[in-house]
Ligand binder design. Sequence first.
Ligand SMILES: NC(=O)C1=CN([C@@H]2O[C@H](COP(=O)(O)OP(=O)(O)OC[C@H]3O[C@@H](n4cnc5c(N)ncnc54)[C@H](O)[C@@H]3O)[C@@H](O)[C@H]2O)C=CC1
Ligand SMILES: C[N+](C)(C)CCCC(=O)O
Length: 522
Amino acid sequence: MFLSRGRVFLGSFLRLNMAQSIVDSMRTASTGTLLVTDHLNYWGGKRVKPRQERNAEPVFEPATGRVLCQMIPCGAEEVDEAIKSAHSAYLKWSKLSGMERARVMLEAARIIRERRDNIAKLEVINNGKSISEALVDIDVAWQSIEYYAGLAGGLAGQHVQLPGGAFAYTRREPLGVCVGIGAWNYPFQIATWKSAPALACGNAMVFKPSPMTPVTAVILAEIYKEAGVPDGLFNVVQGGAETGSLLCHHPMVAKVTFTGSVPTGKKVMEMSAKGVKQVTLELGGKSPLIIFKDCDFENAVKGALMANFLTQGQVCCNGTRVFVQREIMPQFVEEVVKRTKAIPIGDPLLESTRMGALISKPQLEKVLGYVSQAKKEGAKVLCGGEPYVPSDPKLKGGYFMTPCILDNCRDDMTCVKEEIFGPVMSILPFDTEEEVIRRANNTTFGLASGVFTRDISRAHRVAENLEAGTCFINNYNISPVEVPFGGYKMSGFGRENGQVTLEYFSQLKTVIVEMGDVESVF
Ligand SMILES: NC(=O)C1=CN([C@@H]2O[C@H](COP(=O)(O)OP(=O)(O)OC[C@H]3O[C@@H](n4cnc5c(N)ncnc54)[C@H](O)[C@@H]3O)[C@@H](O)[C@H]2O)C=CC1
Ligand SMILES: C[N+](C)(C)CCCC(=O)O
């Protein structure tokens, strides 16, 4: 699979050619040196050259602002080819036993584990997050495949006895060709969270990454192929809204699983409704993190940082509304500001870096815009919220900013109501449990929530009353693949991870068997 051909150096850049192992070459790659010229589409078991070069969009390396590659969107014919290739693989894959599918998936998980360092590096170069985080993302990715491989052999129906010796049984069957549409914040991990349960159930998938992060999903496609899936089982089509909408409208698609913003999620649901396709929507959030005065203070401070600053704050489930009980507000603010100021920002490929670059210049500007709007509305910036230029000259064109803490916030401020998707924490004081639950739930979102307290009754009472798909007690933003993840309210529906996700990628057929004679009323 990963044929190693000679590298071509262009000036000081490392240029990678088609079929050359990007992953293997990552060992020597550093920030500011990589150019990807491989074809980024993948179907029928191989990388596919774009049919036309029209509408190419440059893809940037966030840490340097340099062009990393071109993203060339797929048109209707290409989308159709990818879906047909998926359908033919589906016909073979769906006939295998769960155990047979599991064996192939375990091999894919093993290959990812073996190449984790290099896949993580490529993710960092395309996404801008720190390598320490990207390594965790890749681990969560192979764990997800391993987990669903483990469940594949257990997929089964039910036997039901009926009168007169008749009986019925149910077969748990796949849906067919599923479409995955991903966001740019966890490019490789999202592709596995969607494909692992889909493939375990016997489906095929056509995956469209975000146009800003096109490079690692195709590595996953190559790894699945190397592990032994039939050609066409997992395909990658590149593109933005237009390609995404071609996928959602295609009559051979049975289901769409989407991660991204609420407005796009609504469109995906509308388009899917026309073909009565199932949908899973994993959308944004504005999650509350509630810190009671009886918390373990050290853990609560760590939790607040974890809830806000992973992936430069570009995480859907972030706990960006940090409610702190008034009595501990001064100590909390002091400690959280001290630690936020100490976060090392810079070259995301350095092990010591804890915060890299935001995904794009427009995203950086949007986040900085939220900070100035917050100031106008009366919030006080305790630290950060400024563009940041690292001392390393190669990073001067990167999209960096200093992580920001906002105080003097009110529930009606824009920074408290809207998803910022950047490193901006809003701190809000509260007095009572009843009050904080009401305020925490006063949002159209409902993805996640968190509570720090030593009082176990209170912890479970708060968890019960928060309107969100996840509640973290005394931690935040850990992502065990064994438990369901997904939204309440406008944060979406359907789940990813956990056993229940098998339900979202399979359907039950009832088979009724008569053992006697037909009793006809005619
Ligand atoms: N919940 C989450 O994890 C994420 C939330 N967001 C939020 O969304 C904002 C904008 O980010 P975007 O990447 O532009 O999110 P988006 O929701 O526009 O895009 C997500 C995915 O949907 C695709 N898409 C866009 N329009 C489509 C259409 N009409 N039909 C089918 N697919 C379509 C995109 O190409 C991308 O692959 C962010 O600033 C953030 O607030 C963004 C990414 C992830
Ligand atoms: C991995 N985790 C839990 C921090 C975030 C995953 C959800 C997302 O796509 O933003």
